[in-house]
Write a protein that binds this ligand. Structure first.
Ligand code: HPA
Length: 275
């Protein structure tokens, strides 16, 4: 492991390592699979897999239910890179390390970032899918703090349309054709790893938040900064704290994700084929 690298140097280092293994393969869509949703990567035509542990200086995912590897391959005709498991800010990584994989996938050629997560429902219940139409990232530090990476984008990037309207149209149409009920709303990212208190959930509800989780907005932000087209779907794994009588557990999140996996996989694969 090389120590004391700047974020740009670390990114270049990881990119060199991955590019050396993937050669000519250029992904179009980068897909990040959230907690319990990783099984989709087992159903695609795989060209190459790279464990995060094989990439020197790459942040490692430590969460149960997050496998920790890149899967390169095809969904239909579309070349994709899938992150089977992501890294989170709450694991102790800096925000810049947390979003390094997104920038890496952009450098590999990905034009579209497709984000997924398991989230606590404020407007929606367990088992529902929510198309992310906008986000609130105010509760976590911006991943764009620090020297601007000019290679990707501007110092003061516009965030007025982070989630791409045309991609959202494709996702809605895919859901409709598969008979899947798709909700829509605003996702808020908190740092985690604790779930929210009932008072925090009440606050988020008043702020217009429909679903809450511990990822995604920071990734969407750097992707938008880098000029990628972004879309995202939350799988509501539980009612947010205080909206039901039961205490929350990570096991519950994983079980709910397992249950919705078949429909979820159909929706994601169908949408990617149309992108
Ligand atoms: N809160 C925050 N993150 C989550 C939740 C939640 O209720 N469920 C799954 N991820």
């Amino acid at each position: 492991m090389v120590v004391n690298m700047t974020p740009q140097e670390k990114l270049n280092h990881c990119y060199g390592s991955v590019k050396g293994k993937t050669g000519e393969f250029i992904p179009k869509v980068a897909l990040i699979l959230g907690s319990g949703l990783g099984a989709l990567a087992d159903e695609i035509e795989v060209v190459k897999t790279i464990d995060y542990s094989e990439i020197d200086s790459f942040p490692q995912s430590t969460v149960l239910g997050h496998k920790g590897r890149f899967v390169f391959g095809y969904v239909g005709e579309v070349p994709v890179v899938i992150m089977q498991g992501r890294v989170h800010f709450y694991e102790g990584y800096s925000m810049q390390d947390t979003v390094l994989p997104v920038r890496l996938m952009k450098k590999l050629g990905a034009e579209i970032l497709f984000l997924t997560n398991a989230a606590g429902g404020i407007s929606f219940g367990a088992g529902e899918f929510m198309l992310i139409t906008d986000h609130i990232s105010t509760f976590v530090p911006s991943p764009l703090i620090g020297a601007n990476l000019d290679e990707f984008g501007l110092r003061f990037p516009d965030m007025s349309a982070v989630y791409d309207k045309e991609l959202n149209r494709i996702i809605r149409a895919t859901a409709e054709s598969l008979g899947i009920k798709l909700r829509e709303g605003v996702y808020a990212q908190t740092t985690g790893p604790n779930f929210e208190t009932p008072a925090e959930v009440k606050m988020l509800s008043k702020l217009g938040v429909d679903a809450v989780g511990m990822s995604t907005a920071c990734e969407a932000m750097v992707a938008n900064h880098a000029g990628m087209r972004v879309c995202g779907i939350s799988c509501i794994s539980n009612l947010a704290c205080g909206l039901s009588d039961n205490p929350l557990t990570h096991d519950e999140v994983m079980e709910a994700a397992d249950l919705s996996a078949p429909m979820f996989k159909g929706l994601i694969k169908g949408a990617i084929k149309a992108m």
